[in-house]
Design a protein around this ligand. Structure first.
Ligand SMILES: Nc1ncnc2c1ncn2[C@@H]1O[C@H](COP(=O)(O)OP(=O)(O)O)[C@@H](O)[C@H]1O
Ligand SMILES: [Mg+2]
Length: 156
C-alpha cells in the first residue's frame, strides 16, 4: 500500500500483556496529529493495542471496538484520540460522507484498523503497525512513512 522508509522494527510479543506493554512504549512517542494504520487479521491484537495505549495515557473507562459506529473518540489528558475500525465500511466513500475528514485537525491522533477499507480517502500514515499471528504470540512490525513517523521511530 505504501513503501517504507526503512524495514521497520519487528518485535515478538508473547502474550496479551506483552502487547499492552508495547502499547505503553508507543504512548511515549506519540505526537499530536499522528496517523497510525493498524494492520492484521481479525483477532491479531489491533484493538488490544489501542486499549493499552489509551490506558497508558490515563484513560480508565472501557475501550470497546467501534465495530458499528466506525469511530470512537477519546479525550484523555491533553490527547485527542480517534479510534477507527473500518472493517464494516461498505465503500471507501463512506469515510467522507461520515464526516471523518473533519476530524483531521493536526491535533487529533488517528488509530485506524482496516485502513484498506477506505483506501484513497484516508490521511496518509505516519506510522504503520502490522500484526502477524504466530503459533505462540504475535510478531509486530512498526514502520514509518513520513518524517514525523521517522522521528517517532527514533524515539521508540
Ligand atoms: N501478543 C499476543 N499474543 C497472544 N494473544 C494476544 C496477544 N495480544 C493480544 N492477544 C489476544 O488476541 C486477541 C486480540 O483481539 P483484538 O485486539 O480484538 O484483535 P483485533 O482488533 O486485531 O481484531 C485478544 O483475545 C487478545 O487477548
Ligand atoms: Mg479490532
Amino acid at each position: 500500500m505504501h513503501s517504507a522508509d526503512d524495514n521497520g522494527i519487528t518485535i515478538r510479543l508473547a502474550d496479551e500483556n506483552a502487547t499492552l506493554a508495547y502499547a505503553r512504549r508507543l504512548s511515549n512517542i506519540l505526537t499530536p496529529g499522528l496517523v497510525i494504520y493498524l494492520q492484521g487479521d481479525l483477532g491479531a491484537g489491533k484493538t488490544t493495542l489501542v486499549r493499552g495505549l489509551l490506558q497508558a495515557l490515563g484513560y480508565t473507562g472501557r475501550v470497546k471496538s467501534p465495530t458499528y459506529t466506525l469511530l470512537e473518540p477519546y479525550s484523555v489528558g491533553n490527547w485527542e484520540i480517534r479510534h477507527f475500525d473500518l472493517y464494516r465500511m461498505n465503500t471507501p466513500l463512506e469515510w467522507e460522507s461520515a464526516g471523518f475528514n473533519d476530524e483531521v485537525d493536526g491535533d487529533n491522533v488517528f488509530l485506524i484498523e482496516w485502513p484498506a477499507q477506505a483506501q484513497g480517502q484516508l490521511p496518509p500514515p505516519d506510522l504503520e503497525i502490522n500484526f502477524d499471528i504466530l503459533d505462540d504470540g504475535r510478531a509486530v512490525t512498526l514502520q514509518a512513512f513520513s518524517p514525523k513517523g521517522i522521528g517517532c521511530i527514533k524515539r521508540f
